[in-house]
Design a protein around this ligand. Structure first.
Ligand code: CP3
Length: 340
């Protein structure tokens, strides 16, 4: 088994953690920018050949231990017949937007073969081309709902004005997310990550009511089919206890708290992932990156359930040299070796 899959099961006894990066194929990478110049973002996300090529870039260029499907959490909206566009300088736009209870009532899930079959094809292509473990993913209902309604503020206002309809929306997105993950697993994804980016940005009661219960349903559905699952949220270090309660295989943590402390707050059978600050990775020197990465290794590097990563995705202007420094510091495991 691979290092990555061992670690997600808290069973990596090699003394060296596996490493991958959220947004490991992204704009910081000249090869990604070259593809993006030749093609539209629409084609990058929807054409399985291009999505496959982009997913595989990190295997060619970096020493990572896992690949992550090149797609986006918002393609989930396409299962309901919505259009998703990534507009330069604006961000993702979903049309038509949800503004009324009726819009939610009228949302009907379409067959995945008719809407997101290109995702299944991409997973199959990547599995044929690479032996690295492939991570599939989905957006959690609360986070996808905020984009469907337009923003976190609008979603919170909608939820307080129309709580039943908001839960209907979360329920529909939850069913679609589980189906979408199962499709990726059927096609060959060996683990999945659930992105609930906005979960840690709303109130505590909002997190419990709108995020936690739906995350639980997705985690349970993946456990039923024996697929290891990572839960990601911004500000996840606020909620180690609540996220542990979901009992996923792994929790992805931000950089606002020490991994050593988090390791103690999370039960030993749940792995932890993280947690370099992406702004440090973008802005500091390779020497500094090496120093903070060694600190991370010192804290949790030899834990059997630790996956080295950032606390959030790689930022567009990050120097490639900083990324390779981060990965090689993890790989050389200077600290672990000197300990043996
Ligand atoms: O980790 C990976 O590389 C896998 C692919 C992936 C993308 N988006 C590709 C992408 C994943 C896992 C995501 C998740 C995602 N998408 C999240 C959750 C994680 C997080 O960052 O909080 C969210 C909230 C989105 C929504 C989204 N997609 C936004 C806000 C944007 C525009 C801003 C930005 O970061 O560029 C996107 C577009 C997007 N998704 C790009 C990529 C590589 C940029 C496309 C481009 O301009 O080249």
């Amino acid at each position: 088994m691979s290092h990555f899959l061992d670690a997600i099961h808290c069973n990596n006894h090699s003394g060296k953690p596996p490493v991958w990066l959220m947004r490991q194929a992204g704009r910081y990478m000249p090869e990604y920018r070259a593809i993006r110049e030749k093609t539209s973002t629409d084609a990058m996300f929807h054409d399985p050949d291009i999505a496959t090529e982009v997913t595989l870039l990190p295997e060619k260029l970096l020493d990572v231990d896992a690949l992550v499907l090149f797609s986006d959490i918002l393609v989930l909206c396409e299962i309901f017949g919505k259009k998703v566009e990534f507009i330069e300088g604006v961000g993702p736009v979903i049309t038509p937007q949800i503004t009324t209870e009726k819009d939610i009532h009228n949302l009907i899930q379409r067959p995945l073969e008719e809407t997101v079959d290109y995702v299944r094809q991409t997973v199959e292509n990547v599995k044929q081309a690479s032996d690295l473990p492939l991570l599939g993913f989905c957006g959690a209902p609360f986070t996808v709902a905020t984009y469907m309604i337009g923003s976190l503020e609008k979603a919170e206002a909608f939820a307080s004005d129309h709580p039943r309809a908001f839960h209907d929306l979360l329920n529909k997105l939850c069913i679609a997310a589980i189906d979408h993950l199962k499709m990726q697993v059927d096609a060959g994804a060996q683990a999945v990550q659930i992105f609930d980016s906005w979960a840690g940005m709303t109130s505590y009661t909002g997190f419990l009511q709108y995020s936690h219960i739906y995350l639980q349903r997705i985690v349970d559905a993946m456990r039923d089919i024996n697929v290891p699952t990572i839960v990601f949220s911004r500000n996840s270090s606020l909620y180690p206890r609540e996220l542990s309660h979901l009992n996923p295989n792994c929790i992805s943590f931000d950089w606002k708290y020490s991994m050593k402390e988090l390791r103690q707050k999370v039960p030993p059978h749940i792995a932890i992932q993280g947690n370099i600050n992406p702004e440090i990775l973008r802005d500091e020197s390779p020497q500094f990156i090496e120093k903070v990465t060694k600190q991370l290794l010192e804290e949790v590097g030899s834990e059997p359930g630790f996956i080295a990563n950032l606390g959030h995705g790689v930022l567009p202007k990050t120097p490639v040299a900083n990324i390779t420094t981060f990965i090689s510091t993890i790989k050389n495991g200077v600290f672990c070796e000197s300990r043996r």
